[in-house]
Design a protein around this ligand. Structure first.
Ligand SMILES: C[S@@+](CC[C@H](N)C(=O)[O-])C[C@H]1O[C@@H](n2cnc3c(N)ncnc32)[C@H](O)[C@@H]1O
Length: 265
């Protein structure tokens, strides 16, 4: 059971908050019915039902405590190569790659400077989850900033970033995209996942209205044009619960378009 196998460290208000609310609302509903406050009891019963739905959505649909499901089979179809995970946190996105592409290696980059909802956010939790997946040997963890990545140009065959870049300001998103084009090989793929305020998120987390400068559902075109301005070619995009994804190819400008220059690095 993967829910018990991994510990991604998302704090209890995210993972168990709805279950606690469901228990409290249920007790209130029963008490109020017994005291013949039927209307208020009905409101509490409705809130209890919402909280049960929220617990199921957060844990099984949005998968806060499970590895992310690879949203497109078009990512790294060759199945092997060196993949960067920018803003890897406790490993949900690194494990997405390590399990879906068992011949690939992952370099997990994170600043680990703040928790972002992950209690004790640090390399140890990430490594423990890779160990639980039997993939520790294919994971390298680096502490660093994705806005100024500690890697040589053209290091990676592919890259992912999940629910991390959308925490950044617009200039920092642009800096990070530029860094991605630098550290990816020409033609290398970048799979970007950001929060989408879809019906699942709005139902389970109605207070979660804003996430980063670009927001979610309303602005897919901003993400797409940001990627294109940085030099990527978007080859696939879509949604999965709570998620907007873009698969983009690092498409360096044609050599002839750069007077006097032969490469970008
Ligand atoms: C919400 S967590 C997402 C973690 C993981 N990708 C997932 O989907 O569960 C966001 C992560 O981005 C990292 N992060 C934020 N700003 C960063 C930066 N400038 N450079 C590297 N990592 C950063 C945080 O430390 C945090 O671990």
């Amino acid at each position: 059971m993967d829910l018990l196998r991994y510990d991604f460290g998302y704090e209890w208000p995210w993972t168990w908050g709805h279950a606690l609310a469901a228990a409290v609302f249920t007790l209130l509903a029963v008490g109020l019915y017994r005291a013949r406050w039927r209307r208020t009891g009905a409101v509490m019963a409705a809130l209890a039902a919402w909280a049960v739905a929220g617990a199921v959505i957060v844990n099984l649909v949005l998968r806060f405590s499970l590895p992310i499901v690879l949203p497109t089979e078009r990512f790294l179809t060759g199945g092997e190569g060196r993949v960067l995970d920018a803003g890897a946190g406790s490993g949900r996105s690194a494990l997405m790659v390590l399990t879906a592409r068992p011949r690939a290696t992952v370099t997990a980059l994170d600043i680990f400077g703040a928790e972002y909802g992950i209690g004790g956010n640090g390399p140890e939790r990430l490594l423990a989850n890779a160990r639980a997946a039997g993939a520790e040997a294919r994971l390298e963890v680096r502490v660093g900033d994705m806005r100024a990545m500690p890697f040589e140009p053209r290091t990676f065959d592919g890259a992912v970033s999940a629910f991390a870049i959308d925490h950044l300001s617009r200039p920092d998103v642009e800096r990070t995209f530029a860094e991605m084009t630098r550290v990816l090989k020409p033609g290398g793929q970048f799979l970007l996942l950001v929060i989408n305020q879809d019906a699942w998120v709005r139902t389970a987390l109605p207070f979660f209205v804003h996430h980063g400068y670009f927001g979610g559902r309303a602005y897919p075109e901003r993400w797409r044009s940001g990627l294109e301005r940085a030099g990527f070619r978007v080859i696939d995009e879509g949604t999965q619960p709570g998620t907007l994804y873009f698969l983009a190819e690092n498409a360096p400008p044609a050599v002839s378009a750069l007077p006097g220059a032969s490469t970008r690095d």
